[in-house]
Design a protein around this ligand. Structure first.
Ligand code: DQA
Length: 141
């Protein structure tokens, strides 16, 4: 059975309360329930992590090497400036898909650029929770 780790970065623990007009009214727990159901259908094992701290995210990316078959990462605002997370992604061979709930390209200028995308396997933006589902499907292929 393939093992996938889903890492959500800063402020994603606030889903459901945070700017609902942008991120929707569903919570991180709802996201985890949704993705767990998808994982059951796809017969894969998913583990969820969330942190507001850059170092935690870097450690979890490193720990996935040789242990997980894929990483789904929503780096939150770190997307736009964390060279440390980018280097962590580049340092492992595990396929990684960057996911964003909102359409970052339709928002403020600073959200248009991802320092992670060039070292990610792929990127999905603007599809809400469906983005995580599609990322899981892609990693299973
Ligand atoms: C986000 C987009 C980022 O720009 C923002 O800082 C987030 C959430 C998204 O999922 O749409 O925290 O990654």
């Amino acid at each position: 059975m393939k093992k996938i780790v889903i890492i959500n970065g800063p402020n994603l623990n606030r889903l459901g309360k945070r700017e609902p007009e942008i991120y929707g009214s569903e919570t991180l727990k709802d996201l985890e329930t949704y993705v767990t159901d998808v994982a059951t259908t796809l017969s894969c094992q998913v583990e969820f992590r969330q942190s507001n701290h850059e170092g935690d995210i870097i450690d979890w990316i490193h720990e996935a090497e040789g242990v997980k078959d894929g990483i789904i990462l929503n780096p939150g605002a770190f997307t736009h400036y964390s060279y440390a997370i980018r280097d962590a992604v580049a340092s492992v061979t595990v396929p990684l898909i960057e996911v964003h709930v909102s359409n970052v390209h339709a928002r403020e200028e600073f959200r248009h650029h991802s320092v992670i995308a060039p070292v990610a396997t792929g990127q999905i933006v603007g599809l809400g929770f469906t983005g995580y589902e599609l990322a899981l499907c892609a990693l299973m292929k």
